[in-house]
Design a protein around this ligand. Structure first.
Ligand code: OGA
Ligand code: NI
Length: 349
């Protein structure tokens, strides 16, 4: 039995084998977006998306318009970067002030994840609150950090992120329509979007029975678009009964999932699902998520159109930038701070 640093050991109830995964996995829907070219099929696509957002908070899309060669350029250049010695990689290390660049010690729910990441904001610079203090209205700018080598990394990432952002807004329109709202209902929330782009590398792990590549969590964002390679490992918890299901790798597909903002805006009609990543002993795995995030000053609260006396708001609102900053601080600092969760904002009735 090989040893594993104790900081990686998950509590028994969170380990890979402690939650039954059915032998016959229920398929998470794979939606072909080229169907949008057929006017007679558009409404079906919108209802399928709505249904997936309600039941799972996850679906996959194919023929989504993000060019495969743009994705392959990112995959190739980031692999070169991650294969560099650690001394090189930490030259662009994340720090507490500027949370972009390389990082290999992330905590989710107080346990260390078996992975390394490279992060960059979509807008460069991005505007974020200067502190987590709710009274402090100060803002600051954060600039991305780019390694000197490999030289094509920045260009490849920026190009891919532009395509991913375009698709994110397209999906947001379809989601708005599925809620019976105008397609541009959310658009104003993104003037200074804090969206970011991440590359996750999950190395082979000696004890995949004890550690996770990424511990169970919900994403705080609006939506995520994730490209995963063929290795597999991403799992999602079904809304109806909390059972974990694998998200099967589909060539050239993107995995779409809703984050906390959507759950709040829709007053729980749509779901942001818990998910996690299991690792294995032999193969490294890459995933490339683009996270769509609102501007820091957006007040996230249930939309007026979606609440009524019969369906009163279930959450108090929050300033997006503050919520995000306080979550990030707890991610970064140490294992003792409780991470702010969206359920902490539930209105107690
Ligand atoms: C994330 C995430 C899943 C994966 O980065 O928030 O859930 O498959 N990633 O890497
Ligand atoms: Ni996630």
């Amino acid at each position: 039995m090989k040893d594993l640093d104790p900081t990686y050991i998950q509590a028994p109830e969170h380990r890979r084998d402690s939650n039954s995964i059915p032998n016959q996995p229920e398929e998470i829907r794979v939606i072909d977006l080229s169907r949008l070219d057929d006017p007679e099929d558009v409404q079906n696509v919108i209802s399928e998306i709505g249904d997936a957002c309600e039941k799972w908070g996850f679906f996959q899309v194919i023929n989504h318009g993000v060019p495969l060669d743009a994705r392959q350029r990112v995959e190739k250049t980031v692999k070169t970067f991650f294969d560099l010695p650690r001394e090189e990689k930490i030259k662009v290390k994340r720090d507490e002030v500027n949370q972009v660049g390389y990082h290999d010690g992330e905590h989710t729910a107080k346990v260390k994840d078996w992975k390394e990441v490279f992060d960059m904001y979509f807008k460069n610079p991005v505007v974020i609150p200067s502190s987590t203090d709710p009274e402090d209205e100060g803002i600051r700018l954060v600039y991305n950090k780019w390694p000197q080598f490999p030289s094509g990394l920045r260009e490849a990432c920026e190009e891919y992120a532009r395509h991913a952002e375009k698709l994110a807004f397209k999906l947001l329109e379809l989601i708005s329509l599925s809620l019976g709202l105008p397609k541009d209902r959310f658009r104003d929330y993104f003037k200074d979007q804090m969206s970011f782009f991440r590359i996750n590398r999950y190395p082979p792990c000696p004890r995949p029975d004890l550690a996770l590549g990424l511990g169970h969590h919900k994403d705080p964002d609006v939506l995520g678009l994730l490209a995963q390679d063929e290795v597999g490992g991403l799992q999602v918890r079904r809304r109806s009964d909390g059972v974990w299901f694998p998200i099967r790798p589909v060539p050239n597909a993107l995995v779409i999932n809703l984050g906390n903002c959507m759950e709040l805006w829709t007053n729980d009609k749509y779901w942001s699902a818990e998910h996690r990543v299991v690792v294995n002993t032999t193969r490294e795995r890459y995933s490339i998520p683009f996270f769509l995030l609102p501007s820091h000053d957006v007040e996230v609260k249930p939309l007026e159109e979606l609440v009524s006396p019969k369906n009163p708001p279930r959450y108090k609102g929050y300033k997006w930038g503050k919520f995000y900053a306080s979550r990030n601080r707890s991610n970064f600092q140490n294992q003792d701070i409780e991470i702010l969760q969206v359920d902490d904002l539930k209105v107690v009735t």
